[in-house]
Design a protein around this ligand. Sequence first.
Ligand code: NAG
Ligand code: NAG
Length: 456
Amino acid sequence: MKLLVFLLLLQLCGSADCRCFCQVTGNLDDCACDVETIDHFNNDQLFPKLQNLLESDYFRFYKVNLNKPCPFWTSSSHCGLRHCAVKPCSPNEVPEGIRSPSHNKYSADANKQLEECEKEQHLGAVDVSLSDETREALLDWSKYDDEAERFCVVDDEASPDSQYVDLLLNPERFTGYKGPEAWQIWNSIYEENCFKPYTVKRPLLPDSFRSSSGGEARKFYSWLDGQCVEKRAFYRLVSGLHASINIHLSARYLLDDNWFQREWGHNVTEFRQRFDSELTAGEGPKRLRNLYFLYLIELRALAKVLPFFQQPSFHLYTGRPEEDKKHKEQLLQILQLARSFPLHFDERSLFAGDEKEAAKLKEDIRLAFLNISKIMDCVDCFKCRLWGKLQTQGLGTVLKILFSERQIEALPMSSNQRPSFQLSRQEIVSLFNAFGRISTSVRELKNFRSMLAEER
Ligand SMILES: *[C@@H]1O[C@H](CO)[C@@H](O)[C@H](O)[C@H]1NC(C)=O
Ligand SMILES: *[C@@H]1O[C@H](CO)[C@@H](O)[C@H](O)[C@H]1NC(C)=O
């Protein structure tokens, strides 16, 4: 039966929709799920609910520092690129509850607790009856919160350079940011941060676009197959993110730019250049599969983090109790839905080997990811930098969740102690908006699929 389907596909694969999509079907490697199940689940159920939630004030205002210098090379600024500009919010556009000094915390309650903790620390410093050990532990707690287990650099929200950005006013779309600078970013991510030796060439580098013989691609994939599942997963997450961003740029392409109007919409030619197997030496469909892989990983994290958001003390705090309550209910519905997805990726197959080896691997991956999030400060185009930072931070939060299973499960019991797992507002906003981007990409694939089918 499988063979028959395969033969049928081979015969049908003359058209462009097929060249982009015919390999994007069936089971995904390294996990027990198939593309069709994800399409149906996302497009009909999850996507509309999530889209709705992301329009709420809590999720649309993201605080970000777009002015950090690039730590790796001198970058030229693309301020002049009109479509790259990010419009920050003026203070009175941001709801009071989010703006207040407690902006990082999600509720007045939690905030009070925190102040008390700080007071305790302060007391600890003068109360000689506290042992040195306890005092240090108290200090360490707050440091731990900030640093340990982070997969991503989090901007200092208190820095005067950090600004609120209204994500709905600054959509991710085609900006004209292309060419050598954009390539440098992705190149340093793949070449210097994906565990790949320089001797193994990535398939489809821009200069080898036409001349690539197929031999290099074979060498690359045999290298990748030889990697442990974790490093393979890491590469695929990065590639999936890259694919997702390219889908948005093709779906929100600047089609018309003149005196009267500026029109953004789908550009099928652009999409094909990035994903048609004939135009990409077979790479396009693989990238789309990696997008689905990324989707599964993020979905799994949402399913797992439910107990954190279920805590009665958690609020989507904007200072308007009625709305906050309604949005929290919506949020919990979405997480329940994520939980109900039948074919979850099982991350216990990751980091499951020898304990010491697994810890080392996890650390390698954490450091590589941390570095990638710093590279985002080198993206010249501000709008791309905004969405790049948001999406890497979201993915960093996903990894943090996946590797904190025990701590999250311990949450309901830890009500009187210091919570075993925390997420800052910035992490929460980036987590859901990043997943929103991936979910949008999967939905957009449906549009491109039918547009390509019409072209036949
Ligand atoms: C971080 O990324 C930069 C830029 O790609 C690279 O030069 C550097 O070696 C990386 N550092 C680590 C620790 O991976
Ligand atoms: C679509 O994208 C291609 C590049 O891939 C470009 O040459 C073309 O002008 C675009 N079409 C429109 C209508 O903007």
